[in-house]
Design a protein around this ligand. Structure first.
Ligand SMILES: [Fe+2]
Length: 355
C-alpha cells in the first residue's frame, strides 16, 4: 500500500506537465479505479457558490447519467458526502439510506469520498463495482481517501495553472500571428513607420530580459510592443503623414492614440496588462507625459521600458518630417533624457543591451 501511495505521489509531482485540467481529472478517475480495483467512477466538482456538484469526468458511468448532470449538495450519495465531508463506503443493497440509488444503478458496492484542498471542499470522487460482486473493504476506502486528498491538491494547482495558461495568450500561435498582422496594419497607415512596432518589441524584450522579467511578463510585453500604437487606427491619415510641423490641434489628435488603443481593448479583462502598456507608453518619468501624466514608478515598468524602446527606434528611423538620426546621436539623446523623460534604471540597462 505504501508503494501504491508513492506511485500516486510521483504522479502528482509532475503536475505542471499536465496540459489541461480535463486530462488531469480523467487521470484521477482512472487512478482511483485502479487503486481500489473498481470498475467505474466519476469525479464531481463543486460549483462556486458551493451548492451544486457537477460531474466533470467519468468512466463506465451509467449511460443515462450524462456529464451535464448536476447534483444538489445534500442530495443522493455524492451530495451527502459533499455535505458531511466524510468518506462513505456503501455495500450492496444492504445500505438502508441509499439502497434505492444503488439498486437503480445496479451497483454492488461504492466508495464516495470528499476531495479537499486544504480545508476547502472542491469536489467528490466516486468509484463503484457492478459486475464484480465483491464489496469494497475499509482498506479500499483508506487508500481512496488518501488518494483523493492528494488529487484535490493537484486539481487545485492545475486549475491555477490553467488560469495562467489562459492569460498567456501568446502561447497561442494564431493569436501571435494575429497581433503581428494588426501591428502591420497600424504601421501601414504611415509608410515611414513600417516595421516600427516590431522593432519596438525587439528592443523592449531585450531590455526586459536583461532586467529579469519572467516568461509570462515577457509574453505580455511582446504583445504590448506589437500593439502599442494600435490606437493610431483612429487617427486621421493626413495628420499622421503630414510632412511639416503639426498644429496644436493636430498634435492633440495624435496624442489621443494611447487612449484610443486602450479603449479598443477595454472589455477584455485578460488583456489588462497589455492595455496598460498601450495606455502609458507615452508617459514620462518626470510626469510630463500623456495621457494621464503618471509619474516615476507609478508608470508600469513595462511601459517605462517601452518608452525608451519606442523613442530610440523613432529617432533612428526615417520620418515624414526628418531623416533618421544616427545611432550615436540617438544614444546621446536617450542619455540626455535619463531621469526626465526616461527611468534612469531602464536607460542604464538599455545602454548595456546596445553595447
Ligand atoms: Fe505611440
Amino acid at each position: 500500500r505504501i508503494a501504491e501511495l508513492k506511485a500516486i505521489n510521483d504522479m502528482f509531482q509532475n503536475i505542471e506537465h499536465f496540459v489541461s485540467l480535463d486530462t488531469l481529472l480523467q487521470e484521477v478517475v482512472d487512478e482511483a479505479i485502479r487503486v481500489t480495483g473498481a470498475e467505474g467512477g466519476s469525479l464531481m466538482l463543486i460549483n462556486k457558490n458551493g451548492k451544486k456538484l457537477s460531474i466533470k469526468t467519468a468512466r463506465n458511468l451509467h449511460p443515462l447519467i450524462s456529464l451535464e448532470t448536476k447534483i444538489k449538495v445534500g442530495e443522493g450519495i455524492a451530495g451527502h458526502v459533499a455535505k458531511t465531508q466524510e468518506p462513505l463506503v456503501l455495500n450492496g443493497l444492504r445500505d438502508p439510506e441509499f439502497k434505492e440509488s444503488l439498486k437503480r444503478e445496479d451497483i454492488v458496492s461504492a466508495i464516495s469520498v470528499p476531495m479537499k484542498a486544504g480545508d476547502e471542499l472542491i469536489g467528490v470522487l466516486n468509484v463503484n463495482r457492478k459486475k464484480v460482486r465483491v464489496e469494497f473493504t475499509e482498506e479500499n476506502l483508506n487508500v481512496m481517501n488518501a488518494f483523493a486528498s492528494q488529487a484535490a491538491e493537484a486539481i487545485e494547482k492545475a486549475g491555477y495553472y490553467q488560469k495562467i495558461e489562459r492569460l498567456s495568450i501568446t502561447n497561442d500561435n494564431q493569436f501571435k500571428e494575429f497581433t503581428k498582422a494588426l501591428a502591420k496594419t497600424v504601421d501601414a497607415k504611415d509608410p515611414y513607420t513600417y516595421g516600427h512596432s516590431e522593432a519596438v518589441t525587439n528592443y523592449t524584450l531585450q531590455i526586459a530580459e536583461e532586467m529579469g522579467f519572467n516568461e509570462e511578463k515577457l509574453r505580455l510585453l511582446e504583445i504590448g510592443g506589437r500593439l502599442h500604437d494600435m490606437g493610431k487606427i483612429g487617427v486621421a491619415e493626413h495628420i499622421l503623414n503630414k510632412p511639416g510641423g503639426l498644429t496644436d490641434e493636430e498634435f492633440k489628435e495624435i496624442q489621443r492614440h494611447p487612449e484610443i488603443g486602450a479603449r479598443i481593448l477595454q472589455d477584455t479583462s485578460s488583456l489588462k496588462g497589455i492595455r496598460d502598456l498601450i495606455l502609458y507608453h507615452h508617459e514620462r518619468f518626470d510626469g510630463k507625459g500623456y495621457p494621464t501624466r503618471l509619474k516615476g514608478k507609478d508608470i508600469p515598468l513595462g511601459a517605462r521600458i517601452m518608452a525608451v524602446a519606442d523613442t530610440f527606434d523613432a529617432m533612428t528611423s526615417h520620418r515624414a518630417y526628418r531623416k533618421a538620426l544616427s545611432r550615436k546621436v540617438a544614444v546621446a539623446e536617450i542619455k540626455k533624457c535619463s531621469g526626465t523623460q526616461f527611468d534612469p534604471e531602464v536607460v542604464d540597462v538599455f545602454l548595456k543591451v546596445l553595447e
